[in-house]
Design a binder for this molecule. Structure first.
Ligand code: FE2
Length: 515
């Protein structure tokens, strides 16, 4: 499939693809412009860090003095620009420990990705960028503990689905006040749809996005949100995508729009993937190759937690109305599926966390004897889910916790090896996190929630509010707090903990935390 993709893509865009590859390799012919006479503040999109290792982290920014410029340039001239960066142990930068210069190229939208090395494990650092006379805001980040280290605890949060026209990103303002080692974003970082907004936050451009310039403007618009900027500047993030970073419900090379050819959809996907890379704190391993981009990867927090960050969009079989349990169907693709099972087998971590896009547990909406299942999540790929669960059992994988986005609600479920037999083995737990804003204000309970709870005895909780999920891990317990806001259509909502759950080491299944 990949070979076909590349051939189809290169046939369309050979020249542009080669230019991008050269720019990415750092061989852009143009000399870097060390002291550009920028007439406006270029750090309008904030700063970010991501994918912590024990000795380093990725630093990100993108130069955009005019972030919503209609040509997608961010208001930058078509030159390579040198960007200086610093990492310090203190917020005032009196103890700078690493520094350097990076090149922001027009081919990659003047984005900057610095892979800092030589840092100490499990430590807080501060970073900033400089171009000419302009200094960026200061970001804070944190390295991972050393391999084999025995950290006492770890705090992270996971988020998803931030539809900008649907609401204010108030949840991020509260998330920024938490004390976290890491934030996971599980997809729908942007939405590709048109401009309509009931609350005066219309999308730009005002139409569905298709081109490189469109995707750049859209990502830039999201990144100008102050609450989102705050959350990025405060913690390192590990991001993955779902469908809306490209197009609703796409599957591999197949568009939702049946009239669209694979070739033309892959051209769109290539542009969307490139712009996603440009706007995220990702490593060089994720630099797109035509319409392909390696996003699934593994992060390790000593012997306490392993994070397997999944990509459930790029390799999946197309959605089908029937025959969803056909064993030839795949959610992750053969290579990623094998990589996941091998990584889980080899894990020496107490908690094996899967950063996952779409609902994994069986989520039947028919309270009667029949089943009514969604086909865009793991329910539409039941044989692939069974291969994962059987593999987890056969390989003796302990303490698997799946964290999931996409569904715009909070839900907690035990994962059963056989959902038709509730006495079968519990192979893990799924914590579904609600949206930041998608779906608007939401409600405590809704029709889907009532149907799910009535039809799926393995489900333990449902809530329809917006927010994020905070997770606190130690060697004995994996605790989650569902942090929700009562509304998103107005700014300034308070946050509260709606419910808390605990998974105990070696005791499969979720417990409701009475504390
Ligand atoms: Fe979503």
């Amino acid at each position: 499939m990949t070979t076909l993709h590349r051939r189809a893509f290169l046939g369309l865009t050979g020249a542009a693809g080669a230019g991008l590859a050269a720019a990415i390799a750092g061989f852009s012919a143009a000399p870097a412009w060390a002291d550009p006479a920028l007439v406006d503040e270029p750090f309008t999109l904030g700063v970010a860090s991501g994918d912590p290792l024990p000795d380093g982290v990725v630093l990100w920014t993108r130069l955009a003095p005019d972030p919503l410029a209609v040509d997608g340039s961010g208001g930058m001239p078509p030159q390579v620009v040198e960007v200086n960066w610093q990492v310090a142990e203190d917020e005032r930068f009196s103890e700078v420990v690493r520094a350097g210069a990076a090149r922001a190229t027009p081919e990659l939208g003047h984005s900057v990705h610095v892979e800092v090395t030589g840092l100490r494990p499990d430590r807080e650092y501060f970073y900033r960028f400089r171009v000419g006379r302009y200094l960026s805001p200061v970001g804070r980040t944190r390295t991972a503990p050393a391999y084999g280290a025995d950290p006492r605890q770890l705090a992270f949060a996971f988020v998803s689905c931030q539809n900008l026209p649907a609401g204010h990103f108030t949840a991020y303002r509260h998330l920024a006040e938490e004390d976290l080692d890491l934030v996971l974003h599980l997809g729908d970082y942007i939405y590709e749809g048109p401009g309509t907004s009931a609350i005066g936050r219309p999308h730009l451009p005002a139409t569905e996005i298709f081109s490189l310039a469109d995707y750049r403007i859209r990502h830039a618009q999201y990144k100008t949100d102050p609450d989102l900027q705050l959350a990025h500047a405060r913690f390192p993030w590990a991001v993955t995508w779902d469908d809306h970073e490209v197009e609703n419900n796409y599957a591999d090379g197949t568009s939702e729009d049946a009239k669209q050819s694979e070739e033309s959809f892959l051209l769109r996907r290539a542009q969307a993937y490139q712009v996603y890379y440009e706007h995220m704190p990702l490593r060089r391993a994720s630099i797109p190759q035509g319409p392909d981009m390696r996003l699934y990867r593994r992060l390790s927090y000593g012997n306490l937690a392993q994070f397997d960050i999944l990509d459930g969009r790029q390799y999946r079989s197309d959605q089908v109305p029937t025959g969803m349990d056909d064993p030839s169907r795949t959610m992750l693709g053969t290579a990623q599926e094998q990589w996941l099972l091998d990584g889980l087998s080899a894990s020496r971590a107490r908690w094996n966390v899967l950063g996952n896009q779409t609902v994994m547990t069986e989520a039947d909406r028919d309270p009667g004897p029949g089943k009514q299942l969604g086909n865009d999540n793991w329910n539409g790929y039941a044989a692939a889910r069974q291969r994962l669960f059987d593999g987890v059992v056969e390989r003796g994988v302990q303490n698997m916790v799946v964290v999931t986005g996409d569904a715009h609600c909070s839900m907690v479920s035990d994962l059963k090896q056989n959902f038709d037999d509730q006495s079968s083995r519990t192979v893990g737990v799924e914590f579904l996190g609600t949206s930041i804003t998608s779906g608007g204000n939401g409600a405590e309970m809704d029709t889907r929630g009532r149907e799910w709870l009535a039809s799926n005895p393995h489900m333990r909780f449902y809530n329809g509010r917006r927010g994020y999920v905070r997770c606190l891990l130690d060697h004995d317990r994996f605790r989650t707090d569902y942090r929700v806001v009562p509304y998103v259509t107005e700014p300034g909502a308070p946050v509260s903990t709606r419910a808390s759950f605990v998974v105990e080491n070696g005791r499969p299944g979720v417990q409701i935390d009475a504390a």
